[in-house]
Design a protein around this ligand. Structure first.
Ligand code: ZN
Length: 329
């Protein structure tokens, strides 16, 4: 029943949800985090050694053109044409379907409303839509353990910061890179830069294909390439953005851990899952994401600050030499 209410009256339920679980202050804090991430991403683009200045300019244009939907829509959907009657389930569903059909028809021959939300505020997920160049973070994911208004920045940037960085990087993964800042499939790369990009994504795919999930089962590097690109970029961007905060620049320990260690622990925490082997076998063959463990271990073995934070040395498990590490963004 809850699912029905969310499915049919998502933005009505959403209004009640955000009133209780996501206030104006939380929205402001998430927005400032997103803006820090954009700045950090710009800085990384500026310092890329494999991309020409002309492509960098286009990449930054695209980065700053990203539409940001945070928490809940500014304008709520109108359900005023629907009368809900507690004792008439079938009629309620009919009325809601008719209302939905009408609102779809009303879009005919009009310009696309790029601010429109594709998700209800109470949903626990996030996405990037390349055809409108937009990131969406409903209030449902802006909760513990991803986002906790009372937590320190290390925890927040390692949690929701990583997720936001992930979605932003989708604008620049193997698929997203083919769309321009307005969401059209249109090349904005020089031929040489795109070749270099392809070579790097090829290295990433090869690295992930070496990860063992179960006995003879490995991660499928090609299937998961876009998601892995987003994980690697997302963590790097979130870390750089974290370093812009006062805590990111301090060395003060909390609970025995440095700010950097807390940032990395937070990343590991958001991907804690428990799965049966049979499920994993299906997952690896059908899901474009790497299994949760490799969403943490994969990017971190490529990321120098992680080595520094925990003093990781050659011979340690998952250690990669600098030449073996893959870095795209
Ligand atoms: Zn993704």
């Amino acid at each position: 029943m809850t699912e029905q209410v969310d499915g049919y009256l998502g933005e009505a339920l959403g209004q009640l949800y955000v009133k209780r679980y996501f206030n104006e202050d939380a929205k402001k804090r998430v927005l400032s985090l997103v803006n820090n991430l954009q700045r950090a991403f710009e800085n990384r683009i500026n310092h890329l050694d494999w991309m020409s200045d002309s492509t960098k300019l286009k990449a930054k244009e695209k980065l700053y053109a990203i539409i940001k939907n945070i928490g809940y829509p500014d304008k709520w959907r109108d359900y005023s044409g629907v009368k809900i009657n507690r004792s008439q389930y079938f009629e309620n569903i009919l009325a809601l379907n008719q209302n939905d059909y009408k609102s779809q028809l009303a879009k005919l021959n009009k310009a696309v409303d790029k601010t429109e939300w594709g998700l209800d505020p109470a949903t626990v997920t996030a996405y990037y839509n390349p055809s409108v160049n937009k990131i969406v973070f409903p209030a449902g994911i802006l909760q513990y353990p991803y986002f906790d208004f009372t937590a320190d920045d290390a925890i927040i940037y390692g949690g929701i910061g990583m997720v936001i960085g992930h979605e932003m990087t989708h604008a620049f993964d193997d698929q997203g890179a083919q769309f321009d800042k307005d969401g059209n499939v249109k090349n904005w790369w020089t031929k040489e830069d795109f070749q270099k990009f392809r070579a790097k994504t090829g290295q990433l795919a090869a690295l992930y294909s070496t990860f063992t999930v179960l006995d003879t089962v490995h991660v499928k590097g090609a299937l998961t390439l876009g998601e892995n690109t987003a994980d690697n970029g997302g963590i790097a961007i979130a870390y750089d953005a974290f370093k812009l905060t006062p805590q990111g620049q301090s060395t003060e320990k909390i609970d025995g851990f440095t700010p950097d260690q807390r940032f990395f622990l937070s990343i590991a925490r958001i991907w804690r899952v428990k799965t049966r082997d049979a499920f994993l076998r299906t997952y690896v063959n059908t899901n474009p994401h790497s299994p949760a463990m490799w969403r943490v271990n994969g990017p971190l073995m490529n990321f120098e600050p992680f080595y520094r934070a925990f003093d990781i040395k050659p011979g340690d498990k998952n250690y990669k030499s600098e030449e073996q590490r893959v870095r795209i963004w």
